[in-house]
Write a protein that binds this ligand. Sequence first.
Ligand code: AMP
Ligand code: GLY
Length: 422
Amino acid sequence: MRILVLGSGAREHAIITALLAERAGHVITCAPGNSGIAAVVETVSLDPTNGGLVAEYANENGIELVVVGPEAPLIAGVADPIRTRGIAVFGPSRAAAQLEGSKAFAKRIMEVAGVPTGRPVYAGTLAEAEAALDELGAPYVVKADGLAAGKGVIVTEDRDAALEHARYWLQHGPVVVEEFLDGEEVSLFFLSDGHDVVPLSPAQDSKRLLDGDLGPNTGGMGAYSPLPWLADHWGNEEAFVAEVTELVALPTIRRLEHEGTPFVGLLYCGLIVTEQGVRVIEFNARFGDPETQVVLPRLVTPLSELLFQAATGQLGGRAHPEFHPHAGVTVVLASEGYPENPMTGRRLTGVDEAEALDGVSVLHAATATLDGDLVATGGRVLSVSAVGDDFAEARARAYDGLSRIHLDGGQFRTDIAAKVVR
Ligand code: AMP
Ligand code: GLY
C-alpha cells in the first residue's frame, strides 16, 4: 500500500516502524518527519496542517491511506479535504476532532452519552474560577479548554497555584475546574470506523517530569504496556477492555455518529481507575505519545490492515487485534529546560550504539541532522523503547539503551515501569 504518515514525533516513528515490520512492501512517505524517520522512509517537507496541500500531494502521488499522527493537523481539519477526494484517511474530521480540541465539547458528549467522568464546573472569569475551586475543594484540578501541548492542566493542593493557572489560561478562553479523581491512570486506544470500535492493549504513561510523579505535567516522559495490575480488579485485561468498550468507547462513538460527526480514527481514552469505577479524564483524537511506542511493538496483527479497515468503515465484526504477551517499556529523553523552555541545537551521540542492543529501538522525536551530526531540535528528543520477556528485562534494556546516549543537560525519569517489576 502507498501510505502517507503525517507528523514528526516518536509516535510517528513508531507507527512507521510497525508498518515496515509487516514486510508487506508498503511504500511509506512521512511529512515532515525527522532525522530518525528520514533514515527509514522518504520524507517530504509538507506542512501537515495544510489540508489542501496534503490532499493534493496524496492525490498526485497515488496515496491509498493517509495516517494523521498529531492533534494539531486534525483540529485544523486536515482530514476533511483528503476524505473529500475519496482517499482513505485514518484521522477524524475537524468537527469530530473537537473531542480533543475542546474540553467543553468532550464533556458534553460524555454527559449526553452517559460516559463516567469527573464533574466539571466551567469558568469564564476569575471570580467564577474561584467559586468553582471552593465548591469542588482540594486537590484542585484546573484545565484549559483548548489544546495546550500537555501544559493546560494543573493538579495541586495549593489554591493559589490553581488560581494562578486559571488566571493565565483565562486569557485564552474559558477553563474547566474539575472534580479530582484518585487512582491509577490507563491509556486505552480504540480504532474507530465511525460506528464500530476495536481496542488495542492498555498502557500507562508517566506525565510528570520528575521521578515519583513530581514536577510539572509534560506530554509524557515514559510508558509501559501491558498493565499487569489490571488483573487485580478485573481478573484479566480482556475484562477491563470489554468494560471500557461498553461504558466509554462505544457510547462516545455512537453519540458522535448520531450527531452527524462520525469519528474515524483513533479514540484515545485517558482513564483513571477510581474506587468507584473507571472514569474518563480526557479523550484524544489520535495515538498517544509515548504510549504508542510501547503498544505498537507488541502488536502482532498488521497495523496497515487495522488502519485501513478503520478508515474505510470495515471494523464491524472483525476479531480483536493480537498482541505479544511480552513487556514493553519506553523512556523519553528530553532537552534541558523542558517543558517550559527547552534548549535546542545540542549534539546527540550514542544513538546507533543504543539501537544495536537486543530488543531496543530508538524512536526519534525532535532530531535533525546538521553537518553530519545528530542534534536535538525540541523538548522531547527521542524515546528509547524496549521489549522483553518480562518487565525486568524490558526495563533493563530501555535504560541500557538510554545510558549509551548523550545529550548535554538531557533529562529523563529513572522510575518508568519500576512499580511493575516483580
Ligand atoms: P489531561 O490533559 O486532561 O489528560 O490531564 C493531564 C494529567 O492531569 C492527567 O494525565 C492526570 O494525571 C491529571 N488529571 C487530569 N484530570 C484529573 C482529575 N480530574 N483528577 C486527577 N488528575 C487529573
Ligand atoms: N501521552 C499523552 C498524550 O499523548 O496525550
